[in-house]
Ligand binder design. Structure first.
Ligand SMILES: NC(=O)c1ccc[n+]([C@@H]2O[C@H](COP(=O)([O-])OP(=O)(O)OC[C@H]3O[C@@H](n4cnc5c(N)ncnc54)[C@H](OP(=O)(O)O)[C@@H]3O)[C@@H](O)[C@H]2O)c1
Length: 441
């Protein structure tokens, strides 16, 4: 395709909302004189307007200053803009801008996991009603293609489960804690210094970001509505260096996993730290890398692994979506919804989860203590798999006990912990981590 043929064809106008880490990459690709996107689409693709908060801020991106604006109506009301790329982030005003764009008949490409997790189905329905597209590959896993495969390539499968490491910041911190014995605060400070963690790290370390992404993946995988608030969330701030030492001794890595599993008519959706067997592929995913393991009835287990964030990987996902939309423009049709109307799986309560557990506690260092703890667990039908006793402190006569259990119900384990805390011989329950033991393939 030559430049001349490109110039002869109808132009596709793009409005970009946001010119930060990701928006900067998208703008650079669209303004690249080699016109890679246009050549792939087969029509000229022109960046018409860029919405930012502060148009006068100094920027290094080569975006013509004349197209920068802080006025969203200049994009929303411009009939020459057929596609809006939303990379502002956060719920508002991004959600309203996406809604308004779709309502005005513009297709939207977004990287916004929060909006998709909270309003994905409604927005996709709106897009379908208006006959336009809403694509969101970049909202989960950065440069890893996972939304596309779930919406298309894996459709022949009944998806059984998704197990994923989908927050690079916490995976980086956990890697440092495991490899270098760092404590949580030290690892967080380093991640912030390297620009991997925000000044306010709650979204990452409390599992909120991973929860949004899991809601999107689970909705797609199980063709049912899993909202952000349906996902059980626990972060990594309770983990201590000693938990990593015990995990290592027991043959596990500790990872913040996002897990969605179909069980009968229910879907389990949870984000929390997990013990993962050292030989499992997910245990080997280190640093800022992400990985998503999908198990389909036909495919068996598939692992998607790669860079889950950053300008270039995320730009790759957005431009892929943009090319898809641009190619379809004029051909009609809209996006498939998250799930067909009338689907009615329910999200399983966390209390009904059955898995194995690691419990670390401080107890009086004297005979009979273990028997009392075993009785509390036994009363709830929780059976012990192993016990380690360490760090006996003669001064305070306290011993550290690490108990792992056979598969047990969450409700029973929580009840046991409650009772243990009431035992005179138990000084404190320090940590509980769920153990994800998969049968080897
Ligand atoms: N960063 C990554 O690696 C990554 C990876 C995957 C997905 N994402 C997602 O991509 C999106 C963008 O992330 P980012 O890291 O590029 O964000 P960012 O660097 O903070 O950039 C945000 C951009 O949006 C603009 N903006 C913010 N609020 C606005 C408002 N109210 N009105 C108009 N413009 C506004 C900002 O304008 P100013 O420049 O004037 O401040 C800035 O250009 C988020 O949804 C994020 O979750 C990011």
């Amino acid at each position: 395709m030559t430049r001349d043929t490109l110039h002869g064809a109808d132009e596709i106008g793009v409005g970009l909302m946001g010119l930060g880490v990701v928006g900067g990459g998208v703008a650079a690709t669209l303004l690249d004189p080699a016109q890679h996107v246009a050549r792939t689409v087969g029509r000229p693709v022109s960046l018409k307007r860029v919405l930012v908060r502060q148009p006068d801020k100094e920027r290094q991106m080569g975006v013509p200053p004349g197209i920068l604006t802080a006025d969203p109506t200049l994009l929303l009301n411009d009939p020459s803009i057929q596609v809006v790329v939303e990379v502002i982030g956060g719920e508002e005003p991004a959600s309203s801008y996406i809604r308004q764009s779709l309502s005005r008949g513009k297709s939207v490409v977004t990287a916004n996991k929060e909006v998709m997790a909270k309003e994905g189905q409604e927005l996709l329905t709106l897009a379908a009603a208006r006959g336009v597209d809403l694509l969101f590959e970049a909202s989960v896993g950065g440069g890893i293609p996972i939304v596309g495969p779930l919406m298309k390539d894996l459709l022949a499968n009944d998806i059984r489960s998704i197990q994923a490491i989908i927050n690079g910041t916490t995976n980086y911190m956990l890697t440092r804690m495991a490899r270098d014995g760092m404590d949580f605060d030290e690892a967080l400070k380093e991640a912030q210094g390297l620009g991997f963690a925000e000044a306010d790290p709650a979204n990452d370390v409390e599992g909120i970001d991973a929860g949004y992404k899991l809601a999107v993946l689970a909705s797609l995988a199980f063709h049912t509505q899993v909202r952000a608030e349906d996902v059980h969330r626990e972060g990594i701030s309770g983990l201590r260096a000693r938990d990593f030492r015990y995990a290592h001794e027991l043959g596990y890595a500790i990872k913040l996993l996002a897990i969605a599993r179909r069980e009968g008519g229910q879907v389990q959706a949870r984000v929390h730290p997990c013990f993962v067997p050292q030989e499992h592929m997910l245990a080997k995913v280190d640093g800022v890398f992400n990985a998503v393991e999908v198990e389909g009835d036909l495919t068996g287990k598939i692992l998607f692994h790669g860079r889950g964030a950053g300008r270039e990987p995320t730009t790759s996902a957005i431009i892929g979506d943009l090319v898809e939309v641009a190619k379809k423009l004029g051909a009609g049709g809209g996006p498939a919804p998250f799930f067909p109307p009338g689907n009615s799986l329910t999200v399983a309560p966390m209390s009904e989860l059955v898995t194995r557990y690691y419990i670390r506690l401080g107890a009086a260092d004297r005979p009979g203590v273990l028997a009392q703890i075993a009785r509390v667990l036994g009363d709830q039908d929780v059976s012990i798999a192993s016990v380690i006793q360490k760090d006996s402190n003669p001064g305070s006569q306290t011993a550290e006990l690490v108990v792992t259990t056979h598969p047990a119900r969450e409700k029973a384990v929580q009840e046991s912990l409650q009772r243990m805390r009431g035992l005179q011989v138990v000084r404190q329950v320090d940590n509980l981590v769920r153990v994800e033991d998969w049968p080897s393939d």
